[in-house]
Design a protein around this ligand. Structure first.
Ligand code: ZN
Length: 278
């Protein structure tokens, strides 16, 4: 009987609790930290950017993306409760080493685009930056993702890439290899924030998951949802392709939190990750 009472008492919590990502405060990782008790939703900032605050087991937590370029060490969050001055909260970013990858690219335009393409590239980068920096309120964003396509990971997050011996930009997402046309699914419930054709990324679909969390899919052959549409976790939203600057069909997946790309694995439960990865 005691057990039954305990189960009844726990049941509402088990049903309604938000899943918390794993706390990994490293460059490219996600900080998850409990905030002081408050009857109202706290507002928190890191590096001048508003960051996600969620309720979990009756406590408030920040969920903040740490930029890959951040130097490890002591950092401050600024947290404001209604009617009180903002207070600093200290946390520590620990170092993380990412692997290197050396690639030989035969077509130099894949590495260095022609000057005629630069205005388009700048316009597209500004457009995507504006979307990913947009704060959309959502009291309970879905923080537990599914693996979005039937295929293995072929490149990990954060890789330092060298093209023909020259260091390029870091790999800001993960790549999933699968044949052209393979279905691509929404990682969680959200709203289509953008769908377009980009120079580097090809056909690109961005889904707003709430409170500054976005999923970006690149190189799609087909986008199957329109801007503004609500999507459910697991819904087919596109198909794998090789559009944009890529050497073959694959899904490049960026997850952006408070305007910074983070390792998507922070939001994927171990049980959802296909074997033979990482
Ligand atoms: Zn990629």
């Amino acid at each position: 009987m005691k057990c039954l009472l305990l189960l009844v008492a726990l049941f509402p919590v088990a049903v309604f609790a938000t899943v918390l990502p794993e706390n990994e405060p490293v460059p490219g990782g996600v900080l998850v930290m409990q905030l002081p008790a408050s009857t109202t939703r706290p507002v928190a900032h890191f590096d001048g950017r508003r960051i996600m605050v969620i309720k979990h087991d009756a406590h408030w937590y920040v969920v903040a993306g740490i930029p890959l370029a951040t130097q490890p060490g002591q950092k401050l969050l600024r947290v404001r409760l209604i009617g009180k001055p903002a207070q600093p909260l200290e946390f520590t970013i620990t170092p993380k080493q990412y692997p290197e990858q050396r690639l030989v690219i035969k077509n130099p335009q894949l590495v260095n685009p022609p000057a005629s393409a630069l205005p388009r590239i700048e316009r597209e980068q500004a457009h995507l930056r504006h979307i990913l920096d947009t704060w959309v309120p959502n009291s309970a964003p879905a923080l537990s993702f599914i693996w979005p396509a039937d295929g293995p990971q072929t490149s990990g997050f954060g890789l330092r890439r060298f093209y023909n011996g020259e260091e390029g930009s870091r790999h800001m997402g993960i790549d999933i290899g699968a044949p052209e046309g393979t279905a691509v699914r929404a990682p969680a419930d959200g709203v289509v924030a953008d769908a377009g054709n980009y120079y580097f990324c090809g056909r690109t679909l961005t889904i707003d998951l709430g409170q500054g969390l976005y999923s970006v899919y690149c190189h799609l052959s087909k986008i199957r949802v329109k801007r503004g549409a609500r999507v459910k976790q697991g819904q087919i939203v596109g198909n794998i392709g090789a559009t944009g600057r890529t050497t073959g069909p694959n899904l490049h997946w960026t997850v952006s939190l408070n305007g910074t790309p983070v390792d998507p694995y922070a939001f994927i439960p171990a049980s959802a990750i296909p074997s033979a990865k990482r």
